[in-house]
Structures are given as C-alpha cells and as structure tokens.
Design a protein around this ligand. Structure first.
Ligand SMILES: Nc1nc2c(ncn2[C@@H]2O[C@H](COP(=O)(O)OP(=O)(O)O)[C@@H](O)[C@H]2O)c(=O)[nH]1
Ligand SMILES: [Mg+2]
Length: 261
C-alpha cells in the first residue's frame, strides 16, 4: 500500500508534494513559513516505573533529533525513572499514578512547541521514525499515527494484537472511515489540534486522540511503524483495559457523530 493510499482522510491523499520541502502555512499571514525542524518538536510520554527502558528511549530521541527535541515525562514512578529522565535532560512532571490517559493528557498539553509527539517509555516504538513523522506534518498533516499492525506487530502479545484489530474494525465502522491502529502510542500532532479538543478518556485516550481529530475533519494520516518487544512490565491489564478501550471507542464515536447534527 502506498503512503497516500494509507492516509485515513481523503484530503490527505490530495496533498501532493515533497514531504521534506513543503512547509506549513503561517497561521497569521497565511504565507508559507519555514518547515518545522526538531527544534520545534516535543516528545512526550507517561512514565510509570520504566527504569529499565527510559535511558534507551531518551538516548534514541537524542540521537535521532541531534539533541534538539524537547522531552517531557509525566511521571508516577516509585523507582529511579524520574532521576534517569532528569539526567538525560528531560522535563519531569510528577503526578500520582492515575492511569495512562491522565498522564498522557497532561503530557500532550504541557509543551509550547508547535509539534507534539507521543510515545510509550518502554522501547517498543521506533524513534528512527521521527523524521518521517515530522516530514508528514510539514507536508500538511495535522495528526500522524504510527500503525503497528501493518507490519504484523509480532512483538505484541497475541491477545492484544487481536484486540487491536477488533478496535480498528469497530472504530472504522462507527466513523465511516478506515483506520488500522487506534491504540498506538506513537503519534505526531500539531499542538493546536490537541489544545482545541476537550479530552475525556483515560485508558482509551489513545483511541480518542485519533478519533476526535479525524471526525472533526483534520488531516489524519497513518504511517506503518515497526513495533518491538517491551523492556520492563506492561502497566495495562489486557482484559480490564481492553474493555475500557472498547467503551471509549463507542462513546467517542457516538459523541462525534452527534456533534455533526
Ligand atoms: N505517569 C503514568 N504513566 C503511566 C501510567 N500508566 C501507564 N503509564 C505509561 O504509559 C505508557 C503506556 O503503558 P504501557 O504499559 O506501555 O501499555 P501497553 O503499551 O499497552 O503495554 C508507558 O510509558 C507507561 O509507563 C500511569 O498511571 N501514570
Ligand atoms: Mg507500551
């Protein structure tokens, strides 16, 4: 499947240009501005007892972005995660652990930089894809979503993989638009998009962060990414978490359909 065929929004496929050279429009003047660079990027994450993985994740971000991306960790750990994060130059916001979405909502709303990228702090997501995600934003995308299932996601537990295929099928049906991975942790967003929408979900926040922008007509594009085996223990209970995500998908899709009337 080509990149444009993989776009989830019809208008995305119409954007025709070199992703590396097309620049974003300046909001105030409407004129083309300089393309965003890594100095315009914040990589944000919830971190909860990730001392095994955090060093590697932050080193990868540093290497890929030449030390230019800002990193924000919203941390609920009782281990050495926050110390390691600070040693690597990240901004650490302390928060009682209250679930994935509570942490990630705070994380995406914290940066002042114009492009916000989410990731998990478990070494599963390819930071090498950051240049491609930034290029897609410079090409006009509002949201770039890493599709883990495209390449098979063999590192994912089989139960989760099945669940993620089912979530994508349900969301596609309820939205009337085909999406392939609704619960991915790696996405790039224009900061205006995350700031203009009211977020309501916790475990289901990742699905909400895809569904609401897409259903409000933003240019949302999926990009295949490789997904690696996790370092450290998962924080998500597959059954309880899966049920919460399914409920979020149905609620958010119905709310967004009702907004259209
Ligand atoms: N601060 C904070 N981070 C959390 C919480 N729950 C999960 N996270 C982080 O959110 C990310 C996603 O969780 P993860 O266990 O990887 O979920 P999985 O990818 O579904 O296995 C990881 O970086 C976790 O450390 C929480 O309650 N508080
Ligand atoms: Mg994870």
């Amino acid at each position: 499947m080509s990149d444009s065929a993989h776009a989830t929004n019809g208008s995305a496929a119409a954007v025709d240009g070199d992703a590396d050279t097309v620049s974003h429009a300046d909001e105030a003047t409407g004129e083309a501005a300089e393309p965003y660079t890594f100095a315009d990027l914040s990589v944000v994450m919830g971190t909860y007892n990730e001392e095994e993985a955090i060093g590697t994740v932050l080193e990868d971000i540093d290497e890929v972005t030449d030390g230019e991306a800002e990193v924000v960790c919203v941390d609920g750990s009782s281990d050495r995660t926050p110390e390691i994060a600070r040693e690597h130059g990240a901004t650490v916001i302390e928060q009682e652990p209250q679930g994935y979405g509570v942490a990630v909502r705070e994380a995406v709303l914290t940066p002042d930089r114009p492009v916000v990228v989410t990731t998990d702090c478990d070494d599963t997501y390819p930071m090498e894809a950051l240049p491609e995600f930034l290029a897609a934003i410079n090409d006009g995308a509002d949201v770039v979503s890493g599709d883990r299932l495209y390449h098979g996601a063999e590192a994912m537990p089989a139960f989760n993989r099945l669940g993620n295929h089912a979530f994508a099928a349900i969301a596609s049906l309820l939205m009337g638009e085909r999406v392939h991975d609704t619960t991915t942790g790696m996405r790039a967003y224009r900061r205006e998009v995350v700031e203009e929408i009211g977020w309501t979900e916790n475990t289901g926040l990742s699905a909400e962060l895809l569904i609401r922008p897409l259903m409000r007509g933003h240019d949302v594009r999926e990009r295949p990414i490789h997904y690696a085996e996790r370092l450290g223990e998962t924080k998500l209970d597959p059954i309880g978490g899966g049920a919460a995500i399914a409920k979020s998908i149905v609620t958010v899709c119905l709310e967004e359909q009702l907004r259209r009337f």
